[in-house]
Design a protein around this ligand. Structure first.
Ligand code: MRU
Length: 365
C-alpha cells in the first residue's frame, strides 16, 4: 500500500541479503520511520516490543529471524536456540509458530552449508504468499461488501456502507493489503462509497494509531470511536457490517482476536448485523478445537492500562498516568469469540461458515 504516493511493505529483505528493514509501528501515526534488523535476537525483540505486530507480520518476521540465525551459525544448536527464542516472543498468534515450523522443516535435514540459503528462500516465499493470500481475502471480502451494499433499500443506498473494524488488521499487520482491511481497500478502489468506524482499541490503540493512519493514507472515509461505542452504533443502524482479523482460529471456527472483539460480536449478533473475520490459512490452528480453553492468551504489562501514550503539542511523545498510583491493572491482550456469533470466515480460499464442517468443506475443495 502507499504512503505519500510511495508503495511500502511492512518488512523487506535488504539488498545485502542478511538484514531486514521494518516499519517501526510503535512510532505511528506521529512518525514514519523504519528500523534495521541484523540478528535473530533483534528480530525476536522487534516482535516482543511490538515494533512489528499483527499475526501475519510476526510470522514473516519470525521466518526471516530464523534465516538470520542460520546465516551466522547453521548448526543444530543454533537452529534450536533461535527457534526457541523466536517462538516465545509472543504466544497468541499462531502464525509465528506456523512460519517457524515451516522454515525449520525445510532446513533441519539439510547439510549445514545449505541451511541459510534454504531458510532465505522459504522466508521469502512465506512473505510473498502472505501478500497473495491477503489480496485474495480482499477479493472474496469485496464480493461480500458489494452484496451487502446492493441489498440495502434505495433510501439506505444514499448513505455510504458503514463498516466497523477492531484493532488493526490492515496492511501494517501483514506484509501488504492486510486481512480485514483488504476488502475495504478493494471496495474503495472499485468506487463503492463506504465509511469505516474505527474502534480505538485500548490499551495500545492500534485502531486509533494504525488503522486510522492506513485509512487516511488511502483516502478512505473513517471515524475513530471509543471501544464502548460499537453497541450503540449498531443499535441505531449506523453499522452495516463488522469485519475483524484473527490471531488464531480453531478448526471449529472459534476466533481469537484483539481484546474486545468478543463484545463487538455479541452486539452484532444481538442486532442482526453480519460479523465476519478475515484470515489467511496461516492463522488456522487445526490442532485446537476449544478456543476458550486451549488458546494461550497473552497477558501484557499493566502499565499499558494504567497509562496512555500520545503526542504533545510540541511534537514530543509522552506517557501519562490515568489511574491512582495505588491502583493495579490487568491486561489480557486477546479474547475468543465463539464461532456461533460469526457470520463467516473470509479466507484466501473463499468464505466459510465458522464451524468445523464449514472449514473442512472449504479446505477439501
Ligand atoms: O497485538 P497486535 O497489535 O499484534 O494484535 C493485532 C490484532 O489483534 C489483529 O487484529 C490481528 O493480528 C489480525 S491479523 C491481520
Amino acid at each position: 500500500m502507499k504512503i505519500n504516493g510511495k508503495s511500502w511493505r511492512t518488512i523487506w529483505l535488504r539488498e545485502d541479503g542478511c538484514s531486514l528493514g521494518v516499519i517501526d509501528q510503535r512510532k505511528l501515526p506521529h512518525d514514519f520511520c523504519f528500523s534495521i534488523i541484523n540478528s535473530f535476537e533483534e528480530a525476536a525483540e522487534s516482535i516482543r516490543c511490538m515494533m512489528v505486530r499483527g499475526a501475519p507480520l510476526i510470522g514473516v518476521t519470525g521466518a526471516y529471524g530464523l534465516m538470520l540465525a542460520l546465516q551466522k551459525d547453521p548448526s543444530d544448536e543454533s537452529l534450536d536456540n533461535a527457534y526457541k527464542i523466536l517462538i516465545s516472543a509472543r504466544p497468541t498468534a499462531v502464525n509465528l509458530s506456523w512460519a517457524l515450523k515451516r522454515v525449520r522443516k525445510q532446513v533441519e535435514k539439510l547439510p549445514l552449508e545449505k541451511r541459510a540459503e534454504t531458510a532465505k528462500s522459504e522466508a521469502k516465499s512465506i512473505a510473498e504468499e502472505d501478500v497473495l493470500m491477503c489480496e485474495q481475502i480482499g477479493n472474496h471480502g469485496f464480493s461480500i461488501l458489494q452484496q451487502i451494499a446492493q441489498n440495502r433499500s434505495d433510501k439506505e443506498r444514499l448513505k455510504p456502507l458503514n463498516v466497523l473494524t477492531h484493532c488493526n488488521a490492515g496492511w501494517l499487520a501483514a506484509v501488504d493489503w492486510g486481512t480485514a482491511l483488504a476488502p475495504i481497500y478493494k471496495a474503495h478502489h472499485a468506487g463503492i462509497k463506504l465509511h469505516v468506524w474505527v474502534d480505538e482499541t485500548r490499551p495500545r490503540n492500534q485502531g486509533a494509531n494504525l488503522t486510522a493512519y492506513e485509512l487516511a493514507c488511502e483516502g478512505v472515509p473513517h471515524t475513530v470511536v471509543v471501544d464502548n461505542a460499537g453497541g450503540h452504533l449498531m443499535q441505531h443502524g449506523f453499522v452495516d457490517v463488522v469485519i475483524v482479523g484473527s490471531d488464531r482460529t480453531t478448526r471449529k471456527g472459534d476466533l481469537c482476536n484483539k481484546i474486545g472483539t468478543y463484545l463487538k460480536a455479541l452486539a452484532a449478533y444481538e442486532n442482526s448485523i453480519p460479523f465476519y473475520a478475515a484470515l489467511p490459512t496461516s492463522t488456522i490452528d487445526w490442532s485446537i478445537a476449544d478456543g476458550l480453553n486451549e488458546i494461550p492468551i497473552e497477558i501484557r504489562s499493566e502499565s499499558e492500562v494504567l497509562q496512555v501514550e500520545g503526542q504533545l503539542k510540541d511534537g514530543q511523545i509522552a506517557s501519562v498516568r490515568l489511574c491512582p498510583l495505588s491502583s493495579k491493572g490487568f491486561n489480557p491482550a486477546f479474547d475468543v469469540t465463539p464461532g456461533k456469533l460469526i457470520t463467516g470466515l473470509i479466507t484466501e480460499k473463499g468464505v466459510s461458515r465458522a464451524t468445523e464442517s464449514g472449514l473442512k468443506e472449504l479446505y477439501r475443495k
